[in-house]
Write a protein that binds this ligand. Structure first.
Ligand code: ADP
Ligand code: MG
Length: 252
């Protein structure tokens, strides 16, 4: 299957990223969902800038638009209006095919329920994005995947299938997988939501290390203690970002 996709992926052109751009820059982003009851405005005009190397925690009550916001940045969903620039690329202008290729190279995505492929081994799961994006030479991929598993501390699980790992181990594998193509930006939606507090702490420490290595990270979390370990907290309330002055977070 991957073999058939590769010529298609190689044929997709992407605009050249604007150099020296912010990691993330959203301007006046609105998202309106059509529902049975009519229009629902999930994002009401979001302006957000994230610099390279920041570790941003996105907090807010359930249903207030955190996942919707995150999905604008990964290109999983599109804004109804407004601009979404990520690492110098205007994501809101890309076609679906361009978004798929762009995301594979630019954004590592981590989910609450890991989303590993159950029939592939841990090593194969980590190699998959490299196979899709064809950035690394096929001969290099197993070794690179192994290095990433070492980085997150689960190299001794490489030949197992995900079901034989604990939740914490599976999330480490998912983090190794999201680093596969060395993307500048990692986006995680409640990555610790399904982990015990000690394992969650270890995941946050891993994220902190990755930002020290130059990655930019956006993480949605419910956990205020974990949010405080980030470099900046952004609070989403009813589809808007609450100014830092009102939350007491950040520097004025
Ligand atoms: P959070 O992640 O903060 O819990 P979400 O971003 O998932 O919140 O959702 C924000 C609001 O948008 C919620 O009221 C939710 O019901 C609504 N919503 C999310 N996705 C859709 C959709 N596909 N269609 C209609 N409404 C949606
Ligand atoms: Mg959510």
């Amino acid at each position: 299957m991957i073999g058939k996709l590769l010529p298609w992926l190689a044929a997709v052109d992407l605009p050249r990223p604007k150099p020296e751009a912010a990691a993330v820059a959203l301007t006046a982003v609105r998202k309106v969902y059509m529902t049975g009851a009519g229009e629902f405005v999930a994002l009401k005009g979001i302006d957000l800038q994230v610099d390279k190397g920041e570790f941003v925690a996105v907090v807010g009550k359930s249903g207030n638009g955190k996942s919707t916001l995150i999905n604008m940045i990964t290109g999983i969903d599109r804004p109804t209006s407004g601009d979404v620039w990520v690492a110098g690329t205007p994501v809101h202008t890309l076609t679906e095919n361009q978004i798929a290729v762009w995301r594979g190279r630019t954004v590592g995505v981590v989910f609450q329920f890991f989303q590993l492929l159950p029939t592939l081994t841990v090593l194969e799961n980590v190699m998959l994005p490299m196979d899709f994006c064809n950035v690394y030479d096929p001969a290099e991929r197993p070794e690179r995947a192994m290095e990433l598993l070492k980085l997150v501390g689960v190299e001794n699980q490489a030949d197992k299938v995900p079901a034989n790992l604990s939740g914490g181990q599976q999330q480490r594998v998912a983090i190794a997988r999201c680093l596969s193509n060395d993307p500048p930006l990692l986006v995680a939606d409640e990555p610790t939501g399904n982990l015990d507090s000690r394992t969650a702490e270890a995941v946050i420490e891993l994220f902190r290390e990755l930002t020290r290595g130059g990655k930019t990270i956006l993480m949605v979390t419910h956990d205020e203690d974990l949010a405080r370990r980030s470099s900046r907290i952004v609070t989403v309330s009813e589809g808007l970002i609450v100014p830092a002055a009102l939350t007491g977070e950040g520097t004025l």
